[in-house]
Every structure is written in C-alpha cells, then in structure tokens.
Design a protein around this ligand. Structure first.
Ligand code: PAF
Length: 286
C-alpha cells in the first residue's frame, strides 16, 4: 500500500490506474478507523479494481466549540488496518496541503442541511461538502463509499453528486454495530464505562420506535415520543432530536411508512452521538 500526502502525487497514481482501464473507489475518512470503516473498504473493493482511502481530519467541518483538538488521531494504526484490508493507496494530506489558503469558495448544501445536524452544527455540512468536493477533484474516483451511520451526510453528498454532475457512483454501506446495538463511531472512544452503557439507548430507542410502528402507530410525532422516552430515561443522556423523516427530502412525512428514517442525536455525558435506521430496516446487533 502506498501512502501519499500530496494532491499532485495522488492525481498521478490514479491517472496511471485509469490509463490501464481500472475503476477506482474512494473511501473518505477522518481516521480513528474501526470495523465500520473497514466495511466501507470491503464494499469499495467489491465496486472497483483499486481502493483509495483518505484520512484527513477536516477542520472546516468542526464548529468552534466542537472536538477538533481532541479528535482521535493515529495514522500509523490506521495505515496498518487499511493495509490488512487490501487498500491500494492511503491518501493522508496535511491541513496545509488541503487548504493552502483559508477556503473562500465553499459548497453550500442548501435545504437538505437546514434541519437536524444542519441546525445543531451550523456550518458542518458546508465543511463536509467542501472537503468531499475537493477529495473528488483530487482523487477523481469512479465510486465513493460512505456509511449510512451519517444519514444526513450521505443525503447531502448524494444531492451534491447529482447537482454538480460528478460521474461518481455513490455506494452506501449499512451501519456496523456492537453486539448490544451501539453503532460504531470514532467518538465512542470518548465514552466513560457508565456512558457506554447509556449509549445503548440510541439503538434501543430506534427498536422501540420500529416496534410501535409494527404495532400500528404511524404518526411521526407519537413515534418520536416513543424514542424520546427511552433516551430520557437514561442517566446523563440529553436528547437533541428524535425525528421521523422522508429518506430523500429529510422532511417529516404526514404518516410514517417502512421507508421513513428514524434520526437520533443525543449527548451521552459529554459525547454527542447519532444513529438512524429506516422503520422497515433490520437493525442488527443484539
Ligand atoms: O464521515 C466522515 O468521516 C467525514 O465527514 C468525511 C466524509 C470523511 C469528510 O471529512
């Protein structure tokens, strides 16, 4: 596996593969890799001849009071994990390489980012789309692989690919979970043992909502309240939102159906966690 840090070198490496008629898939990450990321790598391998994984902690997508400084970084460990999964190229640019000057022209996500994480984290999706657009231009992949775990992110990226005419296939991989249902996330590393137990409430809330829907409840507000109750019964759990949304518009539907997606954001201790699943989707885990 080669490790490359510059735009020029990554362009050249991919150009050589394209010249040989090979398909290239990109897995964008911020490092601190876990099995969820490695599932993205496996999916990338199934969709392409060559896999590029990027590791870049993108300052543009963190708010002033967020965890940019403490975000876990361990490039050597990430490198070893990617190598075991057969990644061809690790692209790990520095902040100076990615943003030689402060970004002036950025990518606006529009209406899909007004609500939910877009409201809770102002500017977050501008930062995400701007860096993803830069990675697309730098790597020129044929496919890009993202996790369903960040459902709103996937939705805005899909819309950006469509609206800006990128010839890139978007591959979305289901969330990987611990045996007790907790969605894998690099931020789980922040959880204290007590928080870790309470963090199970996010997936438990989704399951309760799914069960209420199977039992006949289709009112989005009432379904949301079912999930909220599970979360609010926890110690040190602060709910940001529990929403039922249309998977394309992210608006609340009049009545929930199997395709409606439960979106949850909650703070467990000092750690902000998100999770989601469609009402008709099997959650996995225990
Ligand atoms: O999901 C992430 O890890 C990041 O938001 C991404 C897509 C790598 C952009 O920085």
């Amino acid at each position: 596996m080669q490790t490359i840090q510059t735009v020029k070198a990554v362009r050249e490496a991919v150009r050589v593969w394209h010249r040989h008629g090979e398909r290239v898939a990109l897995v964008p990450t911020m490092g601190a890799l876990h099995e969820g990321h490695l599932a993205l790598v496996d999916a990338a391998r199934a969709h392409a001849d060559r896999v590029v994984a990027s590791v870049f902690v993108n300052p543009l997508q963190f708010g002033p009071n967020e965890d940019l400084a403490r975000y876990p970084r361990n490039l050597e460990r990430d490198r070893a994990l990617l190598e075991t999964r057969g990644v061809d190229l690790l692209y790990a640019p520095t902040v100076e390489e990615m943003y030689p000057e402060p970004a002036q022209v950025t990518v606006e996500p529009g209406g899909l980012a007004i609500r939910w994480d877009g409201a809770a984290r102002p500017g977050h999706f501008v930062g995400v789309l701007t860096v993803v657009a830069k990675l697309f231009n730098q790597v020129a992949p044929d496919a890009a692989v993202f996790g369903q775990k960040d459902f709103q992110q996937v939705t805005v990226v899909r819309r950006m690919i469509h609206d800006l005419d990128w010839p890139i296939d978007l591959v979305v991989v289901p969330t990987v979970r611990e045996a007790d249902g907790l969605a894998l996330s690099s931020r789980n590393a922040y959880l204290t043992p007590a928080d870790r137990l309470e963090a199970r409430r996010l997936s438990a809330a989704i399951r309760e909502i799914q069960q209420a829907w199977v039992a006949g409840e289709s009112d989005p507000g009432r379904l949301g309240s079912v999930g909220r109750a599970v979360l609010e019964a926890g110690q040190g759990v602060a709910v940001e939102y529990v929403a039922l949304v249309d998977p394309v518009t992210l608006e609340t539907p009049r009545f929930a159906d199997a395709t409606s997606v439960v979106l949850i954001a909650a703070r467990v201790g000092t750690t902000r966690l998100i999770d989601n699943a469609a009402l008709g989707q099997h959650l996995g885990g225990a």
